[in-house]
Design a protein around this ligand. Structure first.
Ligand code: BTN
Length: 317
């Protein structure tokens, strides 16, 4: 109901009375008032004038789930984390390729226990529930393929050349604009489900001090405001195409493109795996999507991208 009210407000440039909204939706004026209160709590700026009604103050970029026409879409105005929501529905046996989306995310999670910042009505927070028929050790390749898909979409939208920082950061002009959090629930040899969460900074205008030097948004890099709806639509189409190709042929067909736009190629990299540090020049990824690092003494090391593993009993390893 809350989304229907938002849609009516977004369509109306002028004030619309509670009575009129109530008539359209077949609910009482008191219920309309209650929903308006909830919308204000979520962060929408709604002006209300007695005798005239309600009006959305700023022209927010509105996510309209109907026009997205995505099958198996789980949308809510506000979620703590789309990955957590996706995990919940995956455990309840939702279909393969279910899509979880919210307008505002209040407790988004990033890799390595970090949080993912969200500015009201500005970013994209979306997760996919997948049930791939591959061995658990290859799940990290899905992250790389998703990175390729996001990069393509952002390039076609902005005309800029986004790069991928292995394994899963998308950069524009050297700053992070999107991230991917892949989590898995599996047995030794069998995947129960994989959750791929994607966060994209679209119209974000600011970031907290600790990440302000490293993070950016598409709007900040192009000085244009974007429709999140349009990006979501393009992203879901591109992702589905790439994921289907991956299911058939694995990572191999993506290797060349990944390396073409891999920010690490030719760069000095130091990576840490537990207490073991690997330093050298990155040569890009091999056919498995592992990062090849050549050290000064000519020794070649490969690094596989990591995925958070969540066991059926809820523990992560
Ligand atoms: C990272 O770069 O550290 C990964 C960030 C992933 C953020 C997205 S936002 C949608 C989904 N839900 C979450 O809680 N996290 C991911």
């Amino acid at each position: 109901m809350i989304e229907k009210i938002l849609k009516i407000l977004a369509k109306n440039e002028d004030y619309i009375s509670g009575e009129e909204i109530g008539k359209i939706l077949n609910i009482s004026r008191a219920s309309v008032w209650k929903y308006m209160k909830k919308l204000k709590e979520i962060g929408y700026e709604i002006e209300s004038i007695s005798n005239r009604g309600y009006k959305l103050k700023n022209n927010i970029d509105f996510i309209d789930k109907e026009s997205l026409k995505i099958e198996n879409l789980f949308f809510e105005e506000e979620m703590a984390s789309t990955n957590d929501y996706a995990k919940k529905i995956a455990l309840e046996n939702c279909p393969n390729w279910s899509v979880v989306l919210c307008n505002n995310q209040t407790n988004g999670r990033g890799r390595l226990g970090r949080s993912w910042e969200a500015e009201k009505n500005s970013g994209i927070y979306i997760s996919f529930v997948l049930r791939p028929e591959i061995l658990p050790q290859y799940v990290y390749q899905i992250t790389l393929v998703v990175g390729v898909a996001i990069r393509r979409v952002l390039e076609s939208l902005t005309g800029l050349e986004p790069l991928i920082k292995w394994p899963n950061d998308i950069l524009i002009n050297g700053k992070k604009v999107a991230g991917i959090l892949t989590e898995m629930n599996s047995e030794m040899e069998k995947i129960n489900f994989v959750i791929v969460g994607v966060g994209i900074n679209v119209n974000n205008s600011k970031f907290s001090e600790d990440i302000a030097q490293k993070a950016t948004s598409i709007m900040l890099e192009t000085n244009k405001i974007y429709s999140r709806n349009e990006i979501i639509r393009k992203l879901v189409i591109e992702l589905e195409k790439c994921y289907n190709q991956f299911c058939l042929y694995g990572f191999k067909p993506f290797k060349e493109e990944y390396n073409k736009y891999c920010a690490n190629v030719g760069k000095n990299v130091t990576t840490q795996n537990g207490s073991e540090k690997t330093t050298g020049i990155s040569k890009g990824v091999n056919e498995k999507g592992e990062l090849i690092i050549e050290s000064e003494n000519g020794q070649v090391n490969v690094l596989a991208g990591e995925v958070s593993i969540r066991l059926s009993d809820g523990r992560y390893i």
